[in-house]
Write a protein that binds this ligand. Structure first.
Ligand code: KIV
Length: 299
């Protein structure tokens, strides 16, 4: 039986029952299809796709067109998850109006259920503006990759009392602005716990420990598919990268040794049609007749 569409009330019910929410990033149709079967609650089409899928060094070059294209593919593969589109760099920072217009595109063009954006008190008016237009918003605090330069790199946040206080205050501001949930990335376990206890909306942890209402992992970190580094916060559930590499090497060897393709991988014409074709070609112009013979040669 197909899974029922995940809704905000369904997520709230889980949280109220003390059941942790599961959240994962996803960027394409085949993985979305797997995520759907695993019944993950929340799927984030993260702008991390700039690094994991497009090979950029940061998320900053990612555009709305990139995000919409990937979100559409994920929605086709995962019709029942609560799908969040991640607002890329400069799609919401310039103004409340830009934030509303671009948030709306995720719902209208890609079938998303909600959007996520990075930033605290300074982004509360963007959150309020988008929410006022009927679009649920997830906030994102702690390590916010679009501000990595200002934060001094991809590093943990909120380790000292003053920094932690700023994050706790930002969580309150986002909740007051109407965010339906907040993602805390790479903040100390105790800060995540404090914010979770004080919040009336779900808090999701990415590398911020177990005491939140839910957990997020980046798909490519979980399956050994990101070649540049392996973050400590991730758990590797399977080395799909090694599995795929092994398959690729065997393919290369099979073709070189003529073990691929086999008869079951192709088909042929029946004898009568083949003979008719040879007749048809007998007097037809033949490029090879006037060209150099091929080097290497077919079997
Ligand atoms: O883009 C993304 O995947 C994210 C996560 C790092 C939270 O924003």
């Amino acid at each position: 039986m197909a899974r029922q569409k995940t809704t905000l009330p369904a997520l709230s019910k889980k949280v109220a029952a003390g059941i942790p929410l599961t959240m994962i990033t996803c960027y394409d149709y085949p993985t979305a299809h797997l995520v759907e079967q695993a019944e993950v609650d929340i799927v984030l089409v993260g702008d991390s796709l700039g690094m994991t899928v497009l090979g950029y060094e940061s998320t900053l070059p990612v555009t709305m067109a990139d995000m919409i294209r990937h979100a559409q593919a994920v929605r086709r593969g995962s019709p029942s998850s609560w799908l969040i589109g991640d607002m890329p760099y400069m799609s919401y920072q310039p103004s409340v109006e830009s934030a509303i217009r671009n948030a709306g595109r995720f719902l209208a063009e890609a079938g998303c259920d909600a959007v996520k954006l990075e930033g605290g008190v300074e982004m509360a008016d963007r959150v309020a503006g988008i929410v006022a237009c009927g679009v649920p918003v997830m906030g994102h605090l702690g390590l916010t990759p679009q501000s990595a330069s200002a934060l001094g790199g991809f590093r943990p946040q909120g380790k000292d009392a003053a920094g932690a206080r700023r994050i706790a205050d930002a969580a309150v501001a986002l909740e007051q602005a109407g965010a339906f949930a907040i993602l805390l990335e790479l903040v100390p376990v105790s800060l995540c716990e404090l914010i979770t206890r004080r919040a009336r909306i779900p808090i999701i942890s990415l590398g911020s420990g177990p005491r939140a209402h839910g957990q997020l992992l980046i798909f490519h970190d979980m399956f050994g598919l990101y070649p540049r580094f392996k973050p400590r916060m991730a758990r590797v559930y399977a080395d799909a990268g090694a599995l795929i590499l092994d398959g690729l090497r065997r393919y290369v060897a099979d073709v070189a040794e003529r073990r691929f393709p086999q008869p079951e991988n192709c088909f042929d014409m029946d004898e009568q049609q083949l003979s008719a074709l040879k007749d048809l070609l007998r007097d037809a112009p033949n490029a090879a007749a006037s060209a150099e013979p091929p080097r290497g040669g077919a079997p």
